[in-house]
Design a binder for this molecule. Structure first.
Ligand code: 1Q0
Length: 215
């Protein structure tokens, strides 16, 4: 059993992992990327079981990527750049329809990458929101502008229902475990440029290799 404090989410921790993600030469470390998502999943889990179907999928994808990292070709998966290069050169990616490589690092990371855009939009709304703003509305708007475009109707419906039970802004800030609201806002201001840089670097890389629509 894991000690409760290990499960306790802390925004600072997530911020730190995203900081570690980008190296000086703009490469994205897969290990830290995955660690960032682990932290976010922790947060999601602390919001209750309604979000279980979301965190389960995220955990699944994290596991797939960790499997690659820990596998015999682990060194090829050190950065997102090296992963893309390796998987493409070795024909390990299903490019047009699902086939022999349903668990390629490229397609798996793409799902998280799209979710990172949602996170960016959502956190920006949270940061600039007022006390009486509704987290459920901010969350739904961000989702509709990003991830929803990649999800079938049923998933969109389920997600929409889950958003409705999100805690209000004060409780939400509380779970972030940072301190008073002003401090949360300040930390979001610090976190957002890092998250959007990681997003942009990945987006550009995927676009260059025509990987943005992997099945
Ligand atoms: C706070 C509320 C969280 C809401 C998260 C929004 C995302 C909704 C996504 C719902 C869909 C999940 C069900 C599975 C979908 C898969 O079909 C889909 C595609 O994969 P595949 O293999 O079928 O092609 N998967 C995905 O699109 C990946 C979705 C990953 C979502 C991960 C969300 C993790 C959330 C973290 C909470 C962040 C809290 C933010 C505040 C924290 C402050 C830093």
């Amino acid at each position: 059993p894991v000690a409760p404090e290990e499960q306790r989410f802390c925004l600072q921790e997530v911020l730190d992992t995203f900081k570690l993600c980008l190296s000086e030469n703009e490469e994205v470390s897969l290990e830290h990327y995955v660690a960032g998502w682990r932290g976010l999943v922790k947060f999601l889990n602390s919001l209750g079981s309604v979000f279980g179907f979301i965190s389960k999928d995220a955990v699944n994808k994290i596991k797939i990527l960790v499997g690659h990292l820990d596998g015999e070709n682990g060194p090829k998966y050190v950065t997102v750049q090296s992963m893309v290069k390796y998987e493409l050169a070795s024909d390990l990616v299903d490019l047009t329809k699902r086939g022999n490589h349903p668990e390629s690092g490229c397609r798996t990371l793409l799902r998280l990458h799209r979710a990172l855009r949602w996170l960016e939009l959502f956190l920006e709304r949270l940061r600039t929101s007022s006390e009486d703003s509704k987290t459920s509305v901010m969350c739904a708007e961000s989702y509709n502008e990003s991830l929803a475009q990649h999800h079938p109707w049923l998933v969109r419906k389920a997600a929409g229902m889950a958003f409705c039970v999100l805690p209000g802004r004060p409780a939400f800030f509380e779970v972030m475990n940072v301190g008073p609201p002003e401090q949360v806002v300040a930390m979001l201001g610090e976190a957002l440029p890092l998250i959007s840089e990681v997003y942009q670097v990945t987006e550009t890389l995927y676009a260059q290799h025509n990987l943005l629509d992997l099945p």
